[in-house]
Design a protein around this ligand. Structure first.
Ligand code: APR
Ligand code: PHB
Length: 388
């Protein structure tokens, strides 16, 4: 088999790249390890930067998002029993869209199906070959046979546990990691959201977050210890802990219900450099992981794909130079989002062994954010997303 771009990974990054390439007349094949049902069963964050919204529209998959997505003008920050808004429209003239990643992935799969896009599920033993030549090729197993794809480029969109990043020689790859000493216990419930906008709460017992997928489907998180387990948490225990960490006027009015999904996720910051090796280009979780505090995971995948699509389409239009600047351009935006997510995580969570003064310093920082137009502008421009 031959294609112009072989995309490893059928998550948001790989599917979005494939759709953008198709609309530019560039052929691709997507190799996905899991079944489509498995991919669509993943529960992920759903806050989209304005750049991500525009890119999805440009890829031709924004119609359902525009119908069903919820525009938010800001977020709510809570501490010491108080809550205040940070108004993005007022501060930076931009908004964010709440629309689940699962829905985006579904929309991308639907678009690929409508054009008979080549997405091969259930592959194994994917190997990347001759990446340092102008004729790379990919081999993979499918139903007991070994197949080969010859291509011009390989897009490593296979997430943190994929094969692509590991195909960059160890002598070349630089890795940066920070593991946070806590996790997030998340619950999905078919209840109306406790807050009209995403709410981030700092509390001496730990962080809490109130979000939503739509007006009848709420998403909540509470900070929990790294050695905790979902089985330790009844729904009632979750709701009681969540309510303790929220301001009373929200806790006392929120509607709870049975969890339809409950899981614990660790928090880490991770960046791999460079994001290119020969004809291999990494994008999304294959190259970086952010703590979910800033809702940047999917949005960074989108900006990577914006830069990568621009570089590959320019190459086929006769200008190869953007290929050489892809990694630096993508990493500049990645590191700023990593910084912002680290900054927000450090201020909103209770760290093991945190002393009284450290709690008071967090509360003082949040009080400064409440009072300062300039502090709020800074948070707003980072949360809605820096320009591509
Ligand atoms: N071969 C083929 N496919 C693979 C391989 C492999 N060796 N390894 C992993 N995959 C697939 C995974 O099954 C997954 O479907 O690659 C896909 C990677 O998708 P994601 O992990 O979702 O990463 P990405 O597409 O970059 O999207 C980033 O997803 O995990 C969230 O928080 C993250 O919101 C962010 C978004
Ligand atoms: C979510 O809706 O799942 C969500 C929202 C905001 C975050 C993280 C997760 O910062």
């Amino acid at each position: 088999m031959r294609t112009q771009v072989c995309i490893i990974g059928g998550g948001p990054s790989g599917l979005l790249l494939s759709e953008l390439l198709y609309r530019h007349g560039i052929d691709s094949v997507v190799l996905e390890r899991q079944s489509r049902t498995h991919v669509l069963g993943r529960i992920r964050a759903g806050v989209l930067e304005f750049g991500t919204v525009e890119l999805l529209r440009r890829a031709g998959v924004g119609a359902r998002m525009d119908r069903q997505g919820i525009i938010h003008d800001g977020i709510v920050v809570a501490a010491e029993g108080r809550a205040f808004r940070v108004d993005f429209r007022q501060h930076v003239g931009k908004q964010v869209m709440v629309y689940g990643q699962t829905e985006i992935t579904q929309d991308l799969y639907d678009a690929a199906d409508a054009r008979d896009g080549r997405i091969i599920h259930g592959v194994d033993a994917v190997t990347l070959n001759d990446l340092e030549t102008d004729a790379p090729w990919v081999s993979y197993g499918l139903d007991g046979t070994t197949e080969r794809i010859d291509c011009d480029f390989v897009a490593g969109c296979d997430g943190f546990h994929g094969v692509s990043r590991r195909s960059i020689p160890a002598r070349v790859l630089r890795e940066y990691e920070k593991v946070y000493p806590f996790g997030w216990l998340g619950v999905l419930s078919e209840t109306p959201p406790a807050s009209d906008e995403v709410l981030y709460a700092n509390h001496p017992d730990g962080f809490a977050l109130c979000s939503m997928r739509n007006t009848a489907l709420s998403r909540y998180y509470i900070q929990t210890s790294l050695d905790d387990h979902v089985d330790n948490w009844s729904d009632q225990a979750f709701w009681d802990t969540l309510r303790r960490r929220l301001p009373a006027h929200i806790a006392d009015t929120m509607i709870t219900g049975p969890s339809i999904e409950k899981s614990i996720a660790p928090l880490r910051s991770y960046v791999a450099e460079p994001m290119r090796w020969g004809r291999l280009f990494l994008a999304g979780d294959a190259a970086h992981i952010v703590p979910p505090t800033g809702a940047k995971g999917l949005n960074l995948a989108a900006s990577d794909i914006h830069y990568l699509f621009s570089a590959i389409s320019a190459y086929y239009d006769g200008d190869p130079d953007l290929l050489d600047t892809y990694s630096d351009r993508a990493l500049a935006r990645v590191w700023n989002a990593i910084r912002f997510s680290w900054w927000f995580t450090e201020r909103m969570h209770r760290f093991p062994g945190q002393t009284g003064i450290e709690q008071r310093l967090q509360e003082a920082e949040i009080a400064y954010l409440e009072q300062s137009e300039f502090a709020q502008k800074s948070l707003a421009e980072n949360y809605v997303g820096m320009p591509y």
